[in-house]
Design a protein around this ligand. Structure first.
Ligand SMILES: NC(=O)c1ccc[n+]([C@@H]2O[C@H](COP(=O)([O-])OP(=O)(O)OC[C@H]3O[C@@H](n4cnc5c(N)ncnc54)[C@H](O)[C@@H]3O)[C@@H](O)[C@H]2O)c1
Length: 337
């Protein structure tokens, strides 16, 4: 049977990739995308569906109970996937309020509507950052959450609130905790698109601290497949880690970018470290692997494809690197050398 998906934050990086993924599938009846269009939301990511009767864009806030209720009434979604969030750690350190509002109160508004109207699955997109930093080994889903900045703390709040709606009200919630995504349509404030586009313009690449913070990298299309997999095969009330199996230091990613673009390492600028910067994230993904999911993209190729995508889509990122973003960039990255 064909299904209706209610996507929130579908104009952002992962959300828009997920909408593209869904629109290629025959068993999708309709995709309803509720997005507030913050600085990170870009309707250009999905403009090809403007006249597609399967795609419905609604401009609005997930904290707005009235709009959320209207969507449930009108479209009767089978699945809700909550991507909408303030997502940039640096911004959460500067101005936490928006994070508490959207990431926690927004999730609450959606969960309340789901409780009232009912649906088949409520997928809360959480993050590996809720576990905090780990020196060695990898976090399992049962490990305690130790978020260390306002972004990860607000995501942890939403993660556990979603679980409470399963435990208390039997809302069919599943929570996913993915590692760092990379791929097309990522706003150029995050490490990979920022460094690729800066390097293309021969501008400095501001690398935090000693550059040795470790992240696991997951290609966004693998993440999209994992979300769909969890909808079909996951158990309600469960948490699933989703990792790419590619742990790298930030300086290694930076060198890969420079090498692929044929740019010199002298573009690297070591800058003051982020406050409370988590040293390493690492996920144990056995639980999802045992169900049968594995990433299919090989990092060495997918990172080149990603760099090439930004190289070939200057018309997409250039307008984003002016105005408000530029002001923010100037005040937040103090060059050390
Ligand atoms: N990017 C990553 O590496 C990563 C990794 C793991 C988990 N996540 C999670 O995945 C989700 C998507 O991340 P992303 O990188 O695509 O984020 P993003 O910042 O690129 O996009 C967020 C989207 O949400 C929208 N939005 C923000 N506030 C809203 C509100 N109040 N109501 C409706 N829409 C609103 C924005 O307009 C934007 O389109 C987030 O929940 C994030 O925490 C991201």
């Amino acid at each position: 049977m064909k299904k209706t998906y209610f996507i929130t934050g579908g104009c952002g990086f992962i959300g828009s990739n997920f909408v593209h993924y869904l629109m290629e599938q025959e068993l999708v009846e309709r995709v309803v995308n509720l997005d507030k269009l913050t600085y990170a939301g870009n309707p250009a990511n999905l403009k090809q569906y403007d006249n597609d009767r399967r795609y419905h864009f609604i401009h609005g806030d997930i904290c707005d109970k009235k709009i959320v209720e209207q969507i449930f009434d009108q479209y009767k979604p089978d699945y809700l996937v909550n991507f909408a969030a303030e997502s940039h750690v640096d911004r959460s350190i500067g101005k936490p309020e928006d994070f508490i509002q959207t990431d926690i109160f927004g999730a609450f508004t959606l969960l309340e509507a789901a409780r009232k109207h009912g649906l088949e699955r409520f997928i809360q997109i959480s993050t590996d950052e809720v576990y905090g930093s780990i020196v060695s080994g990898s976090f399992r889903e049962t490990d305690p959450l130790m978020p260390r900045n306002p972004y990860s703390a607000s995501k942890a709040g939403a993660d556990r609130l979603a679980y409470s709606y399963y435990a208390t009200y039997k809302v069919p919630v599943i929570i996913t905790r993915a590692s760092n995504n990379y791929g097309p349509y990522q706003y150029p404030e995050k490490l990979i698109p920022l460094f690729v586009t800066n390097a293309m313009e021969d501008k400095p690449l501001p690398l935090y601290g000693d550059g040795k913070n470790v992240r696991d990298w997951l290609y966004v299309e693998d993440h999209c497949r994992a979300i769909q997999f969890v909808i079909e095969k996951g158990a309600v009330g469960e948490v699933y880690n989703i990792g790419g199996g590619n742990e790298l230091m930030n300086v290694e990613i930076t060198r890969t970018i420079l090498e692929h673009l044929g740019k010199p390492e002298s573009l690297i600028r070591y800058v003051d470290d982020r406050l409370g910067h988590d040293r390493r994230y690492s996920l144990n993904c056995e639980k999802l692997n045992k169900l049968g999911w594995r990433p299919v993209h090989v990092f060495e190729q997918a990172i080149k494809d990603t760099i090439d995508w930004y190289r070939e889509h200057e018309d997409w990122w250039r307008p984003l690197k002016t105005g408000e973003y530029l002001e923010y960039y100037k005040t937040h990255y103090k060059t050390l050398s």
